[in-house]
Design a protein around this ligand. Structure first.
Ligand SMILES: *[C@@H]1O[C@H](CO)[C@@H](O)[C@H](O)[C@H]1NC(C)=O
Length: 297
């Protein structure tokens, strides 16, 4: 009798466990499936005919020719989070082209914006990545690094982490720029406005390559850039109102509040070896060093 009860309890427990597992495995991968397909999170904003979906929408091809460039944007805006995608840039002679990947509040007066801009170059010359940060309407904070690999030979991951503590621009998990929240010192930080995620491919040969000296060579057109592994994790707006201030969002966690020692070392390595322009040290442009550039900040 005792034995019977015992084994039937075990049987019952097994059924419950089995059901929990079934529910877990059917629901959770669907709810958290990342990366998403292009059309799940994005829409084309400029020139339908110049953006082609590949691999069932898991990747896209952007085209720039003499008729047009193109662009896309996220369907939602987000308040804090991390956005990342893999990009393969235009190979060969890409001088005069700009591929941009950025977040923008889409507000004219007090714009917040976080930019990655990939500036093309002549065959064999290094691509530069320009980053910029607009906080409460003020930008003009350009920095440029030369990439330590050929970004057109393969896909590489570009990401923006944005939380209450800082904004970190990374390339293959290597931080190339950190913009800290220095509100305590009275400096503006993007915190109040949600931002959309955008990308464009266009012609900018009046400034992009060697300050506009190198013009686009249209005989090499069309130019192609490729994107895949679209991943946005953040608080969509409109959405649950408490999301953005919820401290248990993973991107607000302890290990994302400052660079860990490995990331900090990589960041120093980039700044020492790959930085080609920094507004912070451009004395002609800023005789007085901008406050966010001061040591220790
Ligand atoms: C292009 O190559 C030249 C020569 O190596 C270099 O000075 C420049 O920084 C590179 N990038 C751009 C965007 O001009």
């Amino acid at each position: 009798m005792v034995k019977m009860t015992h084994s039937s309890t075990t049987f019952f427990t097994k059924i419950v466990l089995f059901l929990i597992l079934v529910v877990f495995f059917t629901l959770s991968p669907v709810a958290d499936a990342r990366p998403a397909t292009f059309l799940q999170d994005f829409r084309i904003t400029w020139s339908d005919s110049h953006i082609k979906q590949l691999d069932g929408g898991k990747a896209i091809q952007l085209v720039l020719d003499q008729n047009s460039g193109c662009g896309f944007a996220s369907k939602s805006q987000y308040l804090f989070g991390r956005v990342s995608m893999k990009i393969k840039l235009i190979p060969g002679d890409s001088a005069g082209t700009v591929t941009a990947f950025y977040m923008n509040s889409d507000t004219d007066q007090v714009r917040d914006e976080l930019d990655f801009e990939f500036l093309g170059n002549r065959t064999g010359q290094p691509y530069s990545v320009q980053t910029n940060v607009y906080a409460h309407g003020k930008g003009d904070r350009e920095q440029r690094v030369n990439l330590w690999f050929d970004p057109a030979a393969d896909y590489h991951t570009y990401s923006i982490l944005w939380n209450h503590h800082h904004v970190v621009f990374s390339v293959d998990e290597v931080p190339i720029r950190v913009f800290k929240n220095n509100e305590a010192r009275g400096l503006p930080f993007p915190k109040f406005q949600p931002m959309g995620v955008y990308s464009t491919l266009w012609e900018a040969d009046d400034w992009a390559t060697r300050g506009g000296l190198e013009k686009i060579d249209w005989s090499k057109a069309p130019f192609y850039a490729y994107y895949k592994d679209f991943d946005i994790e953040g608080c969509p707006v409109p959405g649950p109102r408490t999301c953005a201030s919820n401290p248990s969002n993973w991107w607000e966690g302890q290990s994302y509040q400052q660079l860990d020692p490995i990331a900090a070392r990589r960041y120093r390595w980039v700044r020492l070896n790959h930085m080609v322009y920094d507004y912070c040290t451009d004395k002609q442009r800023y005789p007085v060093t901008p406050p966010e550039c001061l040591a220790g900040i």
